[in-house]
Ligand binder design. Structure first.
Ligand SMILES: Nc1ncnc2c1ncn2[C@@H]1O[C@H](COP(=O)(O)OP(=O)(O)OP(=O)(O)O)[C@@H](O)[C@H]1O
Length: 856
């Protein structure tokens, strides 16, 4: 139960710290502390029976304003991986850069300087951490000072301190954050940390940027409520088989998709090898499967907490490495030089006699490998002469004990009823059953010492056995102490190989994930394909017959594949309309998921794919759990959209689903249109915009109005409505062109609404449709007039897309003409005449345009 509670508090909810006290009465002592970012000594409990899937990171952040710009200094420590880093960057009001750094680093906990004010700014900062499920703790400002950072860091970090200077002194803010973090984590108090940490170069632009909304929309990581493991990309892609290491790397890779075309192709090359050669893949899996979590074992060795069993596990991993090398050497295809350079060269050095060969020799000499079968991990007696002597002496005492036993059995003449037993209380003793005891009671009383009489028999000894037993106990203690000291020495020597182990562990983890990608690609019902990758400035995003990997993997779903062609200047911005439940969300998300998978280095669920690298994916889909954060659904939607408008560039990918549905139809449509215009004209990112506002489809023609857009195209998801039975069948096929019906009431019928509710809904929808065409005259009679309300569930348009488009272009012209009048140079009367002229021209043009008339 303790393990379960601990897992919930520290791994799932990540909003608590845990302290464990030991004692009784009024005397209690704190013995363990853990927080989501520093699991501390709880690590052993948390991962005693479960693999460690993720390595938590704790960070420190402090902000300052320089020349009217917000600068953030960030430092982070990964205590499991023993790595740390620091960076400084500019950020906007929404802290979008900070959010992507939190996601990419897998931060679970953050410290910030205590602010006395409860400003909007601090609130927004807090909101970022809440959104990302990070425990935020405020710490005294004075620990965020850069003064000792350089000195402290040089004690903790491997390598020459000279190299550190640049990182430290280039940013005082980040160095201050690092100082605070070192105080908070108390790393300097434990000298086993000295010289052990790797300083990682980190830049917020190193990987594809993902924010919390995108992670959620694309189902990247496992969620608590997931019905099965294929619900999330992590669950689906996790076919890793090493204990823990592969899982953790996959977790990290999913949060850090690559940007460099060559790096992506390198991963894809390796995946391709294992996709194409099934035997190679199977053999590799067989060996990877037997590799324990080397990273955790190394850490135990580092902390000198490893047992002999841990050392044996490391040994079992190292003896597998030559097999892995042999499998890699069997490959002689096109990418042989890559395999050689990336894996084989280092692998060969590590397993050679100078490195792991020595370690294997140590284990084989020191550990009694034969006893392992019996589950005993002990130092072989022959490894140490002292140990050997103690063992021989103890063996001879044991022989003598056997002789005494035999003599007693002869003397008491109770045949086989006399037993010799080893107890913890008295050492070796004799035991007779209660039934036999009366027969020899006289002899016992005369020559033996009775120790205990219980149901299971009488325990007794004699002077000889007592003396020998005491000798045996002393020798056993000596033996155990000598064993312990020797295990300590073995662990000490093992620690000298840690750097090699670390290299080998990361190589094995990488192979594990890449083989896992290959396994997924070939084992799916329709195989995946290798994507062609182009840089972000060139190429399009073309996915032929693409699928959503997680939806496709659900039982009972027969997935209908769809093409998606985001072509620059033509269909870079796509508006997707169609009935509820028609598959719009699934389609737009699947494009995001495919792009993410490709940049992680995996094959994609398509028949053909070419992808222009994206530096970020922004997604606004679904409401999420915003109520918990004290924000209304609509406000959350607006906040997420604001972040997209601020931070997206032409190198991003934007996915927006049903924007503006949380407010009135008018406001929603207005916002949606304005956002689309901004995205097509300013941001210019490839975008998939799923909407129920059919009027938005008019944007497609906006290029005709002379504006520079990225290429807007309409698509719709198809559904079939049977005229006779009124049955609606979703075809899930995405086709070109707009759709002008929403079928909302049909979907309600599917959901088995009471018939009376359905009927009323239809009636009211019709009323609204009529209302949009009829306006009541004052005398109460109905007269058909042209109104321009965008209302009605089916939104039968009084003004069509062409009206809107033409009208908007004409209105723009009027405003431009008006703006270009030299009013300051004209006489008053001339100015009035000019304006009247413009107005009357507009009136004439607007006579046939329903949309324009509403403004006149
Ligand atoms: N291509 C497909 N092939 C098979 N089933 C699909 C496909 N796309 C979607 N579905 C199924 O249809 C369901 C509804 O899809 P989705 O949520 O994408 O519809 P939607 O158009 O966004 O609906 P709404 O407008 O109501 O939000 C999905 O849960 C999925 O089970």
């Amino acid at each position: 139960m303790f393990e379960t509670i601990l897992r919930d508090l520290l791994l799932t909810r990540t909003d608590h710290t845990v302290e464990l006290y030991e004692g009784s009465g009024s005397n209690w002592r704190l013995i363990k502390t853990g927080t989501p970012g520093c699991l501390g000594s709880f690590e052993d409990v948390l991962f005693a029976t479960n693999d460690m899937q993720d390595t938590p990171v704790v960070m420190a952040v402090q902000a300052a304003v320089r020349e009217n710009e917000r600068v953030l200094g960030l430092a982070f420590v990964n205590l499991t991986k023993r790595s740390m880093g620091l960076t400084e960057f500019l950020d906007d009001d929404h802290y979008t850069n900070l959010e992507s750094a939190i996601i990419a680093l897998g931060c679970k906990e953050c410290i910030v300087p205590q602010e006395n004010v409860n400003s909007k700014d601090v609130e927004r900062l807090r909101d970022v951490f809440t959104r990302c499920n990070v425990l935020l703790r405020e710490k005294k400002k004075n620990i965020f000072k850069a003064r000792d950072a350089g000195q402290d860091l040089s004690r903790l970090v491997k390598g020459s301190p000279e190299q550190l200077k640049d990182s430290i002194f280039s940013s005082e803010l980040a160095a201050g954050a690092l100082s605070a973090l070192l105080v908070y984590t108390d790393l300097l108090a434990d000298d086993s940390n000295y010289g052990k940490f790797a300083l990682e170069p980190y830049s917020i632009n190193a990987f594809m940027r993902l924010d919390a909304a995108a992670l959620r929309a694309l189902n990247v990581l496992e969620g608590k409520g997931d019905a099965n493991k294929n619900f999330s990309l992590f669950g689906l892609m996790n076919r890793t088989c090493t204990a823990g290491m592969g899982k953790r790397l996959l977790n990290r890779w999913l949060k850090q998709p690559l940007l460099d075309v060559d790096e992506i192709n390198m991963r894809l090359d390796v995946v391709q090898i294992f996709v194409e050669d099934a035997a190679l893949r199977q053999d590799m899996r067989q060996h990877l499967k037997r590799i324990p979590d080397m990273e955790r074992l190394i850490r135990k060795v580092d902390k000198r907490k490893a047992s002999l069993q841990d050392i044996v596990k490391l040994y079992q991993a190292t003896v597998r490495l030559p097999f892995i090398k042999d499998i890699l050497e069997r490959y002689n295809g096109e990418s042989a030089s890559l395999i050689n350079k990336h894996f084989l060269e280092s692998l060969k050095t590590w397993i050679g006699p100078q490195h792991l060969g020595k370690f294997e020799g140590l284990v084989e000499a020191a550990v009694d490998l034969e006893q392992i079968q019996a589950g005993e991990y002990i130092i072989a007696a022959g490894y140490d002469s002292n140990l050997q002597n103690i063992k021989s002496e103890r063996d001879s005492v044991e022989d003598k004990i056997q002789k005494v036993y035999k003599a007693a059995a002869d003397e008491l003449d109770v045949d086989k009823a006399l037993k010799l037993e080893k107890t913890s209380q008295w050492g070796h003793v004799f035991r007779l059953t209660k039934k036999e005891e009366p027969k020899v009671r006289r002899q016992l009383n005369a020559n033996y010492i009775t120790l205990e009489t219980r149901k299971d028999g009488v325990k007794f000894t004699n002077a000889k056995l007592k003396r020998l037993s005491e000798q045996y106990i002393t020798l056993s203690e000596d033996y155990a102490n000598t064993q312990r000291a020797l295990v300590g020495k073995v662990v000490e020597v093992t620690a000298t190989f840690n750097e090699v182990f670390e290299g080998a562990a990361s190589l094995v983890a990488e192979l594990d994930v890449l083989v896992s990608f290959a396994e997924l690609s070939v084992s799916s019902a329709s195989p995946y394909v290798r994507p062609l990758i182009t840089s972000s400035d060139t190429g399009d995003i073309i996915l032929k017959e693409s699928r959503h990997p997680c939806v496709e993997a659900q039982d009972g779903v027969s997935f209908i594949p769809n093409d998606c062609c985001l072509v620059r200047g033509k269909s870079w911005f796509q508006i997707i309309t169609g009935p509820n439940m028609g598959g719009k969300s699934t389609f737009i998300r699947q494009v995001g998921v495919n792009v993410l998978m490709a940049q992680v280095g995996c094959y994609v669920p398509c028949d053909y794919a070419t992808i222009s690298v994206r530096d970020s994916i922004f997604a606004r889909v679904g409401a999420g759990d915003c109520q918990l954060r004290g924000v209304s659904t609509f406000m959350a939607e607006m906040l997420e959209t604001a972040a997209i408008l601020k931070a997206a560039t032409d190198k991003s990918l934007i996915i927006i689903d049903e924007l503006g549905r949380g407010t009135s139809t008018y406001d929603g449509f207005g916002l949606a249109w304005a956002i689309c215009e901004y995205l097509t004209e300013v941001t210019r990112a490839p975008t998939l915009f799923a909407t129920h506002f059919h009027e938005l489809t008019a944007l497609e023609n906006s290029a005709d109005s002379g504006r520079q857009t990225v290429g807007v195209a309409n698509f719709h998801v198809k559904a079939h409505l049977d005229d006779v039975s009124r049955k609606l069948t979703m075809l899930y096929k995405v086709e070109e062109g707009a759709c002008d019906q929403s079928f909302g009431i049909h979907v309600a019928e599917f959901a088995h609404f009471p018939q009376s509710v359905i009927e009323l809904a239809k009636e009211k929808a019709n009323e609204l449709e009529d209302f949009s065409q009829l306006s009541k005259k004052e005398d109460g009679s109905n007269e058909e007039v042209n109104t321009n309300h965008f209302v009605g569930s089916k939104r039968k348009r009084v003004c069509g897309p062409d009206d809107t488009l033409w009208g908007a272009a004409r209105a723009r012209k009027f405003l431009e003409d008006f703006a270009s009048l030299p009013l300051d140079q004209l006489e008053y009367n001339d100015a009035v005449a000019e304006i009247k002229r413009l107005k009357s021209e507009l009136d004439i043009d607007a006579a046939d345009n329903v949309w324009l008339q509403q403004f006149l």
